[in-house]
Design a protein around this ligand. Structure first.
Ligand code: NAD
Ligand code: ZN
Length: 356
């Protein structure tokens, strides 16, 4: 399966196959890179580096930079050490960085590529489900002690190569995290996909290769469509934020590492569905949806120690907020998202109902 992403700055292919790495040599040969630097994390490196090595053409010089797993990869110090390593290895303007891992490695390696010599090529080889979201759109970033993703750049890859066999080693909570973003993509743009998911996926362990490829493909197509209209996030791109206004607040209130991003977003999605019903009269079986995601082992709880006042302050810090009034992505119907302000009292009532 191949998708072409078209942005104002560039167009590039996404390949999604169980043996997607078969495409790597073609992409590398087509672009005539002088050298490769593979950036991966400890976990992915340990589990899958040998498979990646076999896919790199024999005649090309490459080196590997291994960074800590998870969000730790996005530290300033790690970013600097990757740049140092790239300089030591003699990468030049025609070299290419391979981001081999989940969204964290993708964000870090993409930003290394965006800044090294004012920008060199990179290829995304994502290994998580969530990365179907992060690998499309060209946002790259690292964290600052004062805020997540605060330092970064827009930099589009030369290709995204999903070798879906890598996903088989992903732990359950990471599967749930990524699948939540796929459900989000279905809700904002593809009601048919949502129906299919709700009818067919009853256990995330038994998801077939075919279903996984379909979910990743549609998720990436939807994201690519939105991004192609709004590459630099001036308007439409905000609809990708469904579930994230409350989701981010829950993620930070529990503390990063206590829940995954997508699991927190799933609570935010359910919250946004209830708000949509209240203010827009959304006609949708929310109760059935809640039951379904609970069967998939999502916990739809707002943390006990998170008060509404605290949550509201958190929502006011959201980047969609204007003049302290939080704005939400809501649904008029599945596939019809709108961005709008919501009265504090409405949010408060639904927050308290969900907390019970
Ligand atoms: P991640 O990259 O931290 O990976 C999660 C964990 O799974 C890590 O411990 C990793 O080592 C491990 N892992 C990865 N692949 C594995 C595999 N195949 N088998 C076993 N373990 C594996 O997390 P993520 O959820 O993929 O991405 C989250 C990051 O993505 C966040 O930093 C977020 O800010 C970023 N993000 C960026 C964008 C964007 O547009 N750039 C969008 C969404 C999220
Ligand atoms: Zn997200």
């Amino acid at each position: 399966m191949e998708i072409i992403v078209q942005t104002a700055s560039k167009s590039y292919p996404i390949y999604i196959k169980s043996n997607g790495l078969d495409e790597l040599a073609n992409v590398i040969n087509k672009n005539n890179y002088t050298k490769l630097l593979i950036i991966t994390d400890e976990t992915v490196g340990r589990l899958h580096m040998e498979t990646l090595r076999t896919a790199v053409p024999d005649n090309l010089d490459y080196s590997v930079c291994t960074v800590p797993s998870g969000e730790q990869a996005k530290q300033m110090s790690v970013f600097e050490s990757c740049l140092t390593y790239a300089l030591e290895q003699g990468l030049d303007r025609k070299s290419c960085i391979i981001a081999f891992g989940g969204g964290a490695v993708g964000d870090l390696a993409g930003f290394v590529a965006a800044s090294y010599m004012r920008g060199i090529s990179f290829i995304q080889v994502p290994t998580t489900i969530l990365a179907h979201d992060s690998a499309v759109g060209g946002k790259t970033a690292i964290n600052h002690p004062l805020g997540k993703n605060m330092i970064g750049a827009f930099h589009q890859p030369d290709a995204v190569i999903y070798h879906t066999d890598f996903i088989k080693t992903l732990p359950d909570h990471e599967v749930r995290s990524g699948f939540a973003e796929a459900v989000k993509h279905a809700l904002i743009a593809d009601p048919k996909l949502l129906d299919m998911l709700m009818a067919e996926i009853v256990d995330l362990h038994s998801i077939t290769d075919e279903q996984l490829i379909h979910v990743l493909q549609r998720g990436m197509e939807i994201k690519a469509e939105v991004v192609s209209v709004d590459e630099k996030e001036s308007g439409l791109r905000a609809i990708l934020n469904l579930g994230h206004t409350l989701g981010h607040v829950i993620e930070s209130s529990l503390g990063y590492g206590k829940t995954t991003h997508g699991e927190a977003v799933m609570v935010g999605i359910v919250f946004a569905l209830h708000v949509s019903k209240e203010v827009l009269g959304l006609s949708f079986q929310i109760h059935q949806f809640e039951k379904w995601v609970e069967v998939l082992s999502y916990k739809l709880e707002i943390p006990k120690n998170l008060s509404f006042d605290e949550a509201f302050k958190g929502m006011q810090r959201d980047k969609k907020t204007i003049a302290k009034r939080p704005r939400f992505v809501l649904l008029e119907a599945p596939g019809k998202p709108v961005l709008m302000e919501v009265e504090e009292q409405v949010l408060k009532n639904i927050f308290h109902t969900m907390k019970k």
